[in-house]
Design a protein around this ligand. Structure first.
Ligand code: PMP
Length: 445
């Protein structure tokens, strides 16, 4: 298998040429919060798939719902007048689920990048229909991650996920993220930093001209950029600025929706109602590629009352509203509520965060510990903690290997170790993760 992996699978992050994949870990089984590799080793998955397996791998009601839907109606397209019963039922459930976020309509996609892409396209179209066709630009946060399509890549804050594919969408500008550990203002107070970042947003809007900006997109807690939770004043501040300038606020909730932050959605965590929310990942627990872009009533109405007939053109994927994905999502929503995973995410998230702070006292390589908002935590590795000057990108792969050997799978992204286990994880398994990381950091140092 290892040889065939190198010969015929092309994925830049699973090829032996990638330092993290050398040797590649070939997963052959999964159950609960544990995965098994080709050599028969069983480890705790502290990554939770890729932030998506919120309910663990043995979620029987979801598997049953998928099997039953496959029997009854395996596929039918939503296209020019056709729809299906499973997806209508899901849209109704999501309408209730997202009511506190002010979002009432669901457009279905095959994943997070699709949801973001549709949000960006709809934002431009929304302004066009309202006679504000000059509003074409997008603002986003440095360190934000919004997927792999061209629109998403254009608003990605990390230059590594952007510049290689240029030219991208014109008119995308990136604002400093409220990243307390490192920022251009040298400000370590989270509240003061939030105000500085909001002022930078105001400055950028003034510089570009509000009448040229379609939308601002942000993750309520930045994920792939290294788990960066903003100060509580930040997202409400963004909301106020966007409203004042007629700019749509798109919440990228691909990671944060459905309980990850210890709140039902990331926006709700900060008490903010966005104009759109892009979701995917945990909506089907990783069991089916699926996503939903949620729209506010006001945004949906602009399309529905448009008499030009153009509102419907160009939106819709072959797999929009796939009935099997819809059945999986319905079962996931029911399980998320039945198992009270949101509460567990908050409690276990606190346990993990406190444990990581204890590890920081012991391991000099841990420069920063981020978390405290559900089961999204990160460690930032540095060569010299006192100066913070040198993020250590070489230590992570060694920590990954040593931690894996100690029984836990972690994720390494640049200088960051990212931890995002399933929301159903037990207190004892959080301790397993902390103990393995402790060993991994000591062995790799
Ligand atoms: N937005 C965010 C915030 C994400 O974390 C991701 C995936 N990591 C995406 C968008 C893209 O989602 P997908 O990989 O399902 O296309």
């Amino acid at each position: 298998l290892k040889e065939h992996n190198a010969r015929s699978l092309w994925h830049p992050m699973a090829h032996p040429a990638d330092s993290l994949a050398n040797p590649p870990i070939i997963v052959t089984g999964a159950s609960g919060v544990r995965i098994t590799d080709v050599d028969g080793r069983e480890v705790v998955d502290a990554v939770g798939g890729l932030w998506n397996v919120n309910l663990g791998y043995s979620c029987e009601p979801v598997k049953r719902a998928i099997a039953e839907q496959l029997e009854r109606l395996p596929y039918y397209s939503i296209f020019r007048g056709t729809t299906n019963d499973a997806v209508i039922q899901l849209a109704e459930e999501l309408r209730a689920f997202f009511a506190p976020d002010g979002l009432s309509r669901a457009f279905f996609t095959s994943g997070g990048s699709d949801s973001v892409e549709t949000a960006l396209r709809l934002a431009r179209q929304y302004h066009k229909i309202r006679g504000q066709g000059t509003r074409t630009k997008f603002l986003s946060l440095k360190k934000g991650y919004h997927g792999t399509h061209f629109g998403g890549a254009s608003v990605n804050g990390n230059a590594n996920f952007r510049t290689q594919y240029e030219p991208l969408l014109p008119g995308c500008h990136h604002i400093p993220a409220p990243y307390t550990y490192r920022n251009p203002f040298n400000e370590s107070d989270p509240a003061k930093l939030a105000q500085l970042c909001l002022a930078a947003l105001e400055d950028e809007i003034a510089f570009q001209g509000a009448e040229t900006i379609a939308a601002f997109i942000m993750e309520p807690v930045l994920g792939s950029g290294g788990v960066i939770p903003p100060h509580e004043s930040f997202m409400p501040g963004v909301r106020e600025i966007c409203t004042r300038h007629g700019i749509l606020l798109i919440a990228d909730e691909v990671i944060t929706a459905f309980g990850r932050t210890g709140s039902w959605t990331g926006s709700r965590h900060w008490g903010v109602q966005p104009d759109m929310a892009a979701t995917a990942k945990a909506i089907t627990n990783g069991f089916f590629p699926f996503g939903a872009l949620m729209l506010s009533e006001a945004v949906a109405e602009v399309f529905e009352t448009d008499t030009s007939g153009k509102g419907a053109i160009g939106h819709g994927y072959t797999y929009s509203g796939h009935p099997v994905g819809a059945a999986a999502a319905l079962a996931c929503l029911a399980e998320t509520q039945r198992l009270d995973v949101v509460e567990n995410a908050a409690a276990r998230g606190d346990q993990l965060y406190r444990g990581l702070l204890r590890l920081q006292e012991k391991h000099a390589a841990i420069g920063d510990v981020r978390g405290g908002h559900g089961l999204m935590c990160a460690l930032e590795l540095v060569r010299d903690r006192a100066s913070k000057a040198a993020p250590d990108k070489t230590l992570g792969p060694r920590v990954l290997q040593a931690t894996y050997e100690a029984g836990v799978m972690i994720r390494v992204s640049g200088p960051n170790i990212i931890l995002s286990p399933s929301l159903v994880i037990s207190e004892a398994d959080i301790d397993v993760i902390l103990a393995a990381l402790d060993t991994g950091l000591a062995v790799a140092a």
